[in-house]
Design a protein around this ligand. Structure first.
Ligand SMILES: [Zn+2]
Length: 275
């Protein structure tokens, strides 16, 4: 075999093998992985990747949820204080995650004020996220896509959470960022090998089949009672059965489908440049 031919053969083999590896790396089949999910609010994790989380939980993966804000502003009910709203939102998130199979002790609340994450001290915020990554040492991180529409949205917490998480992922692998984590807490640097960006509207390149989980995801959505009418206008902790049924129907009707299956879309990325 001539050298150029041999080279071509080797390249073809590597390419084919590489494609096979990617093709086999199906989230639906993951077992025993440590998964971290960063979310600005206690519901974006569910809306963005709740079906995927349910599937991963069912398959015995360890899922850690990190929530940047306490969601203490988003209500039109003038009888409600921020403190009370934060307590309600926490309980609702815990109930929603329990529905997906994720226990409340796996949820970390950073507790920043809703809508004001961009006013938080950035170095402190990035350090908190970095430390959690070094503690849990995830095989994969799920986070809002920092390259999508959120800058244009002016949805500040989403923007900030997306960029902060990525900054923390980068910092976590170098010991000279936040060196006190190693020197004081004994936490080794950690390189996150895989990123799954949710809310990836324009650059999605990976779809997880959640058909078997769609009912559970929608049931989890209904745990966020205070996010929907009528409770968002005048709080009530429970559902009128008709309101609940129409919400479920609405959610199912607008759920993303691909080739006749319910899916969640992601931008899957590896490496330093998130490609
Ligand atoms: Zn949000």
């Amino acid at each position: 075999m001539k050298i150029p031919t041999l080279l071509t053969f080797v390249i073809l083999l590597i390419t084919a093998f590489g494609i096979q590896v990617v093709a086999q790396d199906r989230v639906e089949e993951w077992h025993g992985k440590t998964v971290m999910v960063f979310t600005p609010h206690p519901d974006d994790d569910l809306f963005g990747c709740g079906g995927t989380l349910a599937r991963m939980a069912r398959n015995g993966n360890k899922i850690i949820i990190v929530i940047y804000t306490n969601d203490n502003k988003g209500s039109f009910d003038q009888g409600k204080t921020s403190e009370r709203l934060a307590r309600i939102r926490k309980a609702e998130e815990e109930a929603a995650m329990a529905t997906l199979g994720i226990p409340r002790e796996n949820i970390t609340w950073l507790g920043y004020d809703d809508g004001e994450l961009e006013y938080a001290p950035q170095k402190q915020l990035c350090g908190q996220a970095t430390k959690l990554i070094r503690q849990y040492r995830p095989d994969v991180v799920f986070s809002i896509d920092p390259g999508d529409l959120y800058e244009r949205w002016h949805k500040t917490d989403h923007r900030m959470a997306a960029f902060m998480t990525l900054d923390a992922i980068r910092a976590a692998e170098f010991h000279l960022y936040y060196p006190e984590h190693l020197l004081t807490d004994g936490l080794q640097p950690h390189k996150v090998p895989l990123l799954m960006f949710y809310y990836a509207a324009t650059e999605a390149n990976y779809w997880v089949d959640i058909t078997d989980e769609i009912e559970r995801k929608i049931e989890a959505v209904t745990k966020h009672v205070s996010q929907f009418e009528p409770s968002i206008n005048k709080y009530r902790p429970d559902w009128d059965p008709n309101d609940k049924a129409s919400l479920k129907e609405y959610m199912k009707g607008r759920a993303t489908k691909k080739d006749g299956r319910f899916v969640e879309a992601f931008r899957r990325a590896t490496g330093f440049n998130q490609q």
